[in-house]
Unconditional design. Structure first.
Length: 159
């Protein structure tokens, strides 16, 4: 397995991995294109193109030459980075792939003098929050947004 930085030619592949990796989450929480159109389970190539245009970086994890997971990294301000769209295809889970991608982002953040990595997850997704806590993330605030059918839990990692 190898992690490589993705480029513009990978937008469709990234969108597919994100979409397929998040379909079970949408099903679990009853999310649809109508009640949560920005949920990753509805990701399109246009979303990824917009991410690249604003400077977000994507990394693909491949087994052989087959992409099985991805993660995005954004550095919106000095000392702060966002870990976004961590996505592992369902058949590849529980093999340490997600943890490996998180470690990749932590190493990248360290090399860039980032002090804090921030994430946002579905507030009701307790299993995912426990997993991030095991990785060293700590709970932050939980917010409700009128346009979302779930709350958003913010978590941070001190680099």
């Amino acid at each position: 397995m190898k992690i490589r930085e993705a480029g513009a030619a990978d937008t469709a592949t990234i969108a597919t991995v994100i979409r397929e990796a998040n379909e079970d989450v949408a099903e679990k929480f009853g999310l649809t294109a109508g009640n949560s159109p920005k949920h990753p389970s509805f990701c399109t190539s246009a979303w990824i193109e917009a991410d690249f245009a604003r400077g977000e970086r994507y990394f693909l994890l491949e087994e052989g030459s087959v992409p099985i997971a991805c993660v995005a990294y954004e550095n919106p301000s000095a000392g702060l980075a966002y870990l976004n769209r961590l996505s592992v295809l369902p058949a590849q889970r529980r093999r340490g792939i997600g943890a490996g991608l998180v470690q990749h982002i932590i190493q990248l953040a360290r090399a860039s003098s980032i002090q804090t990595i921030s994430i946002g997850v579905i507030g009701e997704h307790e299993e995912l929050q426990r997993w991030y806590r095991k990785m060293g993330f700590v709970d932050g605030e939980t917010k409700r947004f009128p346009h979302l059918p779930f709350s958003v839990k913010y978590m941070t990692y001190a680099v």
